[in-house]
Design a protein around this ligand. Sequence first.
Ligand code: MF3
Ligand code: CO
Ligand code: CO
Length: 292
Amino acid sequence: MHLKVGRNDPCPCGSGKKYKKCCLGSEKASHVTPAEEFYRQYKVRLKTPEQIEGIRRCGKLVMQTFDIVKELIRPGVQTEGIDRVVHEFTVKNNAICAPLNYHGFPKSVCVSPNEVICHGIPGEYTLKDGDIVNVDITSILDGYYADCNQTFFVGTPSKDACKIVDVTRESLRIGLEQAKPGNIINDISTAIQKYAEGQGCSVVREYMGHGVGLDFHEAPNVPHYRSNWGNVPLVPGMTFTVEPMINLGGKEVRVLEDGWTAVTRDGSLSAQFEQTIVITEDGFESLTPFEL
Ligand code: MF3
Ligand code: CO
Ligand code: CO
């Protein structure tokens, strides 16, 4: 990786002086590694091959958890039943459920049916034929985090259910096509927004993808719409999620009294898909792979 530091940029050595007034042309700058330089500029921690392998192993466990969850989803199942299965399987595999007690979140997994956009708290709600339901699993294995979510049909899907789930899955696929060195976060964001809005759907603004791996939520933010936050270059070793939340109706969000459950203001259906990826020399690798 090579990062160009402008003459008037802050010096990568951290002195606070301009580069030209400090290390430009001197030997001092060579003590700063490209990863340290990237951290100073963007607060993004680039991962070593060992760290990436740790996140990959955690991602494998997350995908094994999904294999079990998938089989469980059918009409008549309570959302807290999904929580129990995720919790037991994760603990049995010497891992931790990242959501549990995260900023006070009371359960081990987020389960978000129908008009719930994200952060649904598993409870007494019973899945019924025609529902859609998003399950968002984040595990911690040997200190490494992997974060993944998918939206499932319960029984036979309605036309609206098919539409929102198909558009959302495709928006993630199209966004990830932009995940490669030479591009910036905004290339991913813009591709998702163009596609989803082109299909007559809307993009949720309040929640974003995020750096992940050594922590649950790290820099950078990964918005799913074009924004000023998206001016971050994609470089090998970056690990982050892309997790578009797409609504069939308007983009507006309301958070319920429980302080977590985010629903569409207009009550329309909302879907989401999420993967944890690492930027490679020529593109990306999904560390929580499933077919898009
Ligand atoms: N997994 C969610 C994400 O994709 C975050 C859930 S935070 C929780 O970022 F506290 F609700 F679990
Ligand atoms: Co996430
Ligand atoms: Co998640």
